[in-house]
Design a protein around this ligand. Structure first.
Ligand code: A2H
Length: 253
């Protein structure tokens, strides 16, 4: 954070299959539109390593028509920002088709653009802020300590978190290598900082800072079209490529 706008990449994750509860709530409201969860990320170059997506279970989301063909799931706050950034067909206006609680979005099967795993599941995360990004977070447990710690919590306590264990079964994939933390910085830092769960927010903030800096300044891509290139160079190229292919769009706040 800091001064000036944060430039996110909004990743479009098409919903392939909804939970029964979500299906019931969406009945008759989509009018033939495809629906995408929209996740805001600052690390587009890591999208090869997506293993799932996170929503907050206490957050209310909207399904917003982007045009006649597509609809986006995000917080109403993010939809208003998108409207003023020209994301929807009518600038400045949102067209909300439905409301969905985070709890019913959990368990949806979605496409994960550029990921090693073409289809993944939506899982719950305690620390998703309704006031940041879209309220939807794509999960890259190889390089995000928060994502890694949360995925391990979910695997340990699937019943408590009311998820099917198979939804959390996708293993982290190496995406970039760094001199300090090897091919998967998140698990290394989670161990180093003795982080036991997603509730260790203070240590997670420190781990996140280190992973981000080391990845950005010293990281080298291990996969994808820009394999072998420094992260500093690949980051914007991956972003541009996703946007060009219609798999993502620019989102700022
Ligand atoms: B990042 P900043 Cl691999 N609540 O994407 C909590 N976290 C959120 C969020 C919300 N509403 N919206 C976005 N985020 C996460 C990838 C990633 C991210 C990696 C490593 C670090 C990292 C995969 N998750 O973030 O507060 C999203 O996770 C650390 C900078 O705006 C987004 O980028 O600086 C990042 O936090 C935005 O955080």
């Amino acid at each position: 954070e800091g001064i000036g706008p944060q430039e996110y990449t909004a990743i479009k994750m098409e919903v392939v299959e909804w939970s029964d509860a979500a299906k019931a709530q969406l009945e008759g409201k989509l009018v033939g539109r495809k629906v995408y969860l929209v996740a805001a990320t600052l690390r587009p170059e890591t999208m090869y390593g997506q293993t799932n997506c996170f929503v907050g279970t206490a957050i209310k989301y909207g399904v917003f028509a982007a045009n006649d063909k597509d609809a986006y799931v995000c917080t109403p706050r993010a939809a208003r920002n998108m409207a003023f950034q020209g994301v929807f067909d009518v600038r400045g206006q949102t067209n909300q088709l439905a409301e969905l609680e985070g709890t019913v979005i959990v368990g949806a099967k979605i496409k994960a653009p550029f990921s090693h795993y073409p289809e993944v599941y939506v899982l719950p995360m305690d620390n998703v802020l309704p006031t940041k990004g879209t309220g939807v977070v794509t999960s890259v447990p190889s390089d995000s300590p928060d994502d890694y710690a949360t995925l391990m919590d979910l695997r340990k306590k699937a019943e408590y978190y009311k998820i099917d264990p198979s939804w959390a079964a996708f293993d982290p994939i190496p995406v970039l290598s760094t001199p300090a933390y090897g091919e998967m910085s998140a698990p290394v830092l989670v161990k180093k900082f003795k982080i036991a769960s997603q509730k260790d927010v203070k240590q997670l903030a420190d781990a996140k800072e280190l992973a981000y800096k080391e990845g950005f300044y010293n990281g080298t891509m291990l996969v994808g079209e820009y394999k072998g290139q420094p992260v500093q160079e690949a980051k914007n190229k991956v972003r541009a490529s996703m946007i060009e292919q219609g798999l993502a769009f620019a989102y700022a706040e």
